[in-house]
Design a protein around this ligand. Structure first.
Ligand code: SPV
Ligand code: MG
Length: 536
């Protein structure tokens, strides 16, 4: 809650217990119920031993180990910003165990603990209370003192719980013990009663006065008006187990209805929607964090594979388009689709041309370039322009690349990014050479490198690398590419243009980024390439 920011939970609890009004804390037994308590507006949480035990399906007899309790209370603490008072039973042992308990609670940002003057293993106060032995008063006072000495935060509160009424010892015993625990350093006493009226609490309050704040648990005397507690001078009321009990009622009703109906139809309207579960869990925060910290998350990335050309590998491409040539039993196209799928890209559009019928995979969209024989790849891209969206990867259909190359591209946040191989061998033909702002060097790894120009082997220019045929746009980049395609498509020679023409045109108005790699890919232009591809 906004007003709690920067105030320690221990301080918030100390203020609560010392407040001059009657204050209320509400039971929780899990991270979920603790959140619900905070959202409802309570200023504090009772970490009930009964409820936490019940949640785990065990009895309130210290069947749950103290570290198991600690684990749950930690989830509750992490889930909330209001202070938690743990029901620490008898302290899970002697004074020494209590000291360790206090250290661990402070580490978990728990604001207070309540310890009761019974013997380990305890029994719930409402089960055969008269037969329950009390702890020796002096021994218990020693526990309280040990707890207070162990705390490192002055505001951490130790509440001493009086079980004298529960065990049938009466007012005098309760008062004696309360005084001994006060002297030992307790911050408050909890006066417990299992009567259905408030008479024991009333008599205790009359004698006790305001020596220390008094906490009560009116589970059994629930019909007593709250105003009465106010008038008695009680400091804090614990609503001790009502979230647990209401969840049992609700689960019993729901489960019974479902088993009877063999259907969910009658139950759906009576329970929260799953969206409410997600809201309480804080799903929205994670979504925002993913946008902030994971460049590829929360985005829908799609891919376009330009695979219309026949290729020139003799008999191998006589009837089969180059993209379907097999490398180690998998076609080039399938290997690309696998790479895309591995990073979560499912929306893949393949521009088909030569042998289009043979490209009939079930998990792709297709766009057909019917005049593939007389066009270059830019025309194929133009046909697929509706698929150039806010995060789109474009790939030539004849390249094979290692997975990390795709990750490099996905992790890049520039509007338009080209993958360029800095490990090139000059002098080859049919290559898309690239000039950039910075030649590759080890130091340049994370530095922004800007595309300057792309040209083919028969032209002159400074070569900084080879474009591998893999690139990406974001929303702004997609917009720029759409404009460029519109513009270029008006040219008479558009059908013979390549991506080189596109990038050189784009670079006139828009910054294009280059991401260097060193090897780790191949394009398949020759049989030798195909053989090499098998070893990639
Ligand atoms: C608890 O909630 O576990 C308590 C309160 O200790 S009572 O069940 O009333 O003893
Ligand atoms: Mg308890």
């Amino acid at each position: 809650m906004v007003q709690n920011i920067n105030i320690k939970k221990t301080t918030l609890f100390r203020n609560l217990i010392n407040s001059d009004q009657l204050e209320f804390v509400m039971e929780a037994h899990s991270g979920l119920s603790a959140k619900i308590v905070e959202e409802a507006g309570f200023k504090g949480i009772w970490g009930s031993g009964l409820s936490i035990s019940a949640l785990f399906g065990v009895r309130d007899n210290n069947e749950l180990s103290w570290t198991q309790v600690l684990d749950m209370i930690e989830f509750m603490s992490d889930a909330t910003s209001i202070p938690i008072m743990l029901d620490g039973d008898t302290g899970y042992g002697n004074f020494n165990n209590v000291r360790r308990l206090i250290n661990k609670l402070e580490q978990r940002d728990i604001a207070a603990v309540c310890i009761e003057d019974k013997l380990f293993p305890k029994t719930n106060s409402f089960l055969n209370g008269e037969a329950q032995p009390l702890a020796d008063m002096h021994e218990f006072a020693g526990k309280i003192k040990a707890a207070k000495d162990a705390q490192s935060d002055d505001d951490f509160c130790v509440v001493a719980r009086l079980e004298a009424f529960i065990a049938g010892w009466g007012l005098k015993e309760a008062l004696n013990r309360a005084e001994a625990y006060r002297k030992a350093g307790a911050d408050a006493v909890l006066c417990h009663s299992k009567r259905s009226d408030a008479s024991e609490v009333e008599r205790f309050m009359a004698e006790w006065g305001d020596r220390l704040p008094v906490v009560i648990v009116p589970t059994k005397y629930y019909s007593v008006p709250t105003e009465k507690f106010r008038n008695l001078g009680v400091s804090m009321v614990i609503w001790a187990n009502h979230n647990l009990r209401s969840s049992i009622t609700s689960m019993q009703n729901t489960t019974a209805a479902i088993i009877n109906d063999q259907s969910l139809r009658n139950i759906e309207g009576t329970i929260v929607d799953v969206s409410e579960v997600f809201r309480i869990q804080g799903a929205e925060e994670l979504k925002q964090a993913e946008h902030k910290y994971l460049p590829t998350q929360g985005r829908t990335v799609n891919a376009i594979v330009l695979a219309a050309s026949q290729g020139n590998l003799g008999d191998l491409t006589k009837d089969t388009p180059k993209t379907l040539l097999e490398v180690k039993g998998n076609s080039i196209l399938s290997s690309q689709i696998d790479r895309f799928n591995q990073v979560g890209i499912k929306d893949i559009t393949v521009v088909r041309g030569f042998g289009k019928e043979s490209i009939d995979l079930s998990n792709i969209n297709t766009v057909d370039n019917e005049i593939f024989a007389s066009t270059k790849e830019l025309y194929s891209l133009f046909l697929a322009k509706d698929h150039i969206r806010e995060h789109t990867i474009v790939s030539y259909g004849d390249i094979i690349f290692k997975q990390y190359v795709l990750n490099e591209l996905l992790n890049d946040n520039n509007d338009i990014t080209l993958i360029v191989d800095a490990d090139f061998a000059a002098g080859r033909e049919h290559i898309d050479w690239v000039t950039t702002s910075h030649a590759y060097s080890k130091k340049i790894y994370d530095q922004a490198v800007e595309f300057k120009e792309m040209f083919s082997s028969n032209q002159n220019g400074t070569i900084h690398g080879e474009f591998i045929g893999l690139w990406k746009v974001n929303e702004q980049g997609a917009e720029a590419v759409h404009q460029a395609l519109d513009h270029l498509s008006r040219s008479e020679c558009f059908k013979s243009m390549t991506c080189t023409d596109l990038f050189n045109h784009l670079a006139l108005h828009h910054r294009i980024a280059v991401r260097y790699i060193s090897g780790s890919w191949l394009d398949v232009d020759t049989i030798v390439d195909l053989q090499k591809a098998g070893s990639l």
